[in-house]
Design a protein around this ligand. Structure first.
Ligand code: ADP
Ligand code: MG
Length: 238
């Protein structure tokens, strides 16, 4: 587990300042959901936390450590994307195991962790299948499995369910909540689905044009939106 803190983070791409000045604390073990319109900088923020992008100013702290200059692989985080690219020629077990094999984790330990991930994600019966033989929801679970085995303290999710149909999204939402409970990890989750935000989050961060409009518990934002923008986004009647 680990707290994530952004300290006066700025991100510009050339002349375009996408995030002017962001300070945000994501509490240790929380399920923090980022919401906001398309293009407001949610993915960029996740990429800065993961180390895939460098901030142009400011610091990223994970578990109190300044990791701004650390490689993504040294940050103790794992990122799950919307387009979960699995290796088509590998089995489910091999896909889940892949990162551990690269990291030269001892074979016994790898086997133990893959079995544990398969148990948590209810993939035990599918370990020998290839991705093409799985449903969309099962494939997304395999992608999450690849993250779990690395035992990160922080999970970053970038709209992981948006390619799934409505019924599957509902099911995966329940599974993600259970996953958060069983792993006891910090989760930062981007979505534009209000229901996902309201049901999964213990903290919602509403973003607009690279800035934070409001941070709070779901019912706080719903009952006491501080701006019209938040009210419109969370859907509280005014
Ligand atoms: P969101 O995930 O909230 O939809 P993004 O973080 O993807 O938003 O993008 C925020 C803004 O930054 C957009 O205007 C986007 O075009 C711009 N942007 C993102 N990545 C780059 C990049 N590598 N180069 C230039 N502009 C980028
Ligand atoms: Mg995005």
């Amino acid at each position: 587990m680990a707290e994530v803190r952004l300290q006066n983070v700025e991100k510009a791409f050339g002349n375009l300042t996408v995030i002017p000045d962001m300070t945000l604390t994501v509490p240790d073990g929380s399920f923090t959901v980022l919401v906001g319109p398309s293009g407001c900088g949610k993915s960029t923020l996740l990429r800065i936390i993961s180390g895939l992008e460098m901030p142009t100013k400011g610091e990223v702290l994970i578990g109190g450590q300044d990791v701004t200059l650390e490689e993504p692989s040294d940050r103790g985080i794992s990122m799950v994307f919307q387009s979960y690219a699995l290796y088509p020629h590998m089995t489910v077990a091999q896909n889940i195991d892949f990162g551990l094999r690269l990291a030269k984790t001892p074979a016994e330990e790898r086997e133990r962790r893959v079995a544990e991930a398969a148990r948590i994600l209810a993939l035990e019966d599918f370990l020998d299948r290839k991705p093409a033989q799985l449903s969309g929801g099962q494939r997304q679970r395999v992608a999450i499995g690849r993250s779990i085995v690395r035992q990160p303290g922080v999970f970053l999710f970038d709209e992981p369910l948006s390619n799934l149909d409505a019924a599957l999204r509902t099911q995966m939402r329940v599974e993600l909540a259970q996953l958060h409970q069983s792993l006891d990890a910090t989760m930062i989750y981007v979505t534009h689905d209000q229901v996902e935000a309201m049901t999964l989050a213990d903290q919602i961060v509403v973003m607009n044009k690279g800035r934070i409009e409001q941070v709070g518990a779901p019912m706080d934002l719903y009952d006491h939106p501080e701006t019209e923008f938040v009210a419109g986004f969370i859907g509280s009647p005014r």
